[in-house]
Design a protein. Structure first.
Length: 260
């Protein structure tokens, strides 16, 4: 399977891997600024955006396999990788496998306790049901500060301050993507993320975390850095689960400063 993707800009390549939601458009708040400095390649994972779903098992391992195949197909061996949420977990898995170069993982999944992952699944699944039920009304609801505050309180530290254009693609993607449910099951019912011994990853590893993340809780950062002892941890103040929403310029600078 060839992943649908876009390329923008010039310079050293940078591969972006999204989480649950809109596919590559999840990076829209940051992609133009990144492309001023780098060649940005942003993919749609299988079952998201314009890439068809996998025909077999959907797991973090098989989704990551699709990115590995893409890297090899596109001649991107050694590419710096950036991911957010599920994508953050996947780029750490790439690093663990020795694939790619420098790695930036933003609010990655996979480092929760059993209780935390149960709460995550129990809260996010009803939210997905809700946005599917409200799909036709999402543009108008997310056009209102009150609507954004009600719908996005779990995802953003300041949902009222976002624009509709910033958040609508990801929220609509949760409703529309055929692999949302299967990928959520992979996150919540599959194995937790494995780590990498010091000195075994192919490049620098940077983990960014929102201080006000209510999806992957800030205390999970300690587990992530314990499992990836080579990682440098960066805190986004006043930021929820989506740095590209709440702190796009800070996240862009972190990515540029942390990758070659």
């Amino acid at each position: 399977m060839t992943l649908n993707h876009i390329r923008r800009g010039r310079g050293r390549p940078l591969l972006l891997v999204h989480g649950l939601g809109a596919g590559w458009r999840s990076w829209a708040p940051m992609i133009d600024e990144l492309a001023e400095h780098r060649e940005v390649i942003a993919v749609d994972l299988p079952g998201f955006g314009e890439t068809p779903p996998l025909t077999g098992e959907v797991s973090i391992a098989t989704l990551t396999d699709s990115v590995v195949d893409f890297i090899h197909e596109q001649g991107l061996d050694g590419v710096a990788t950036v991911g957010q949420s599920m994508g953050g977990r996947m780029v750490l898995e790439l690093a663990r496998r020795g694939v790619g170069g420098d790695t930036v993982a933003l609010d990655p999944g996979g480092f929760w306790s059993d209780r935390e992952v149960a709460v995550f699944g129990a809260t996010l699944r009803p939210s997905i049901v809700l946005v599917r039920a409200l799909r036709s009304r999402l543009p108008s609801l997310l056009g209102s500060p009150v609507g954004r505050t009600v719908l996005l309180a779990q995802l953003s530290a300041r949902p009222w301050s976002l624009s509709r254009e910033t958040c609508l693609p990801d929220v609509a993607g949760l409703a529309d993507a055929p692999s949302t449910g299967a990928a959520l099951d992979a996150l919540t019912k599959g194995p937790k993320q494995q780590g990498a011994l010091a000195g075994t990853v192919p490049g620098r590893v940077t983990i960014g975390w929102g201080r006000r993340d209510l999806v992957t809780l800030p205390k999970q950062a300690a587990r992530a850095t314990e499992l990836f002892p080579d990682a440098v941890l960066h805190w986004f103040e006043r930021c929820g689960h989506f740095p590209q929403w709440d702190a796009p310029h800070e996240a862009t600078r972190l990515i540029l400063d942390s990758t070659h």
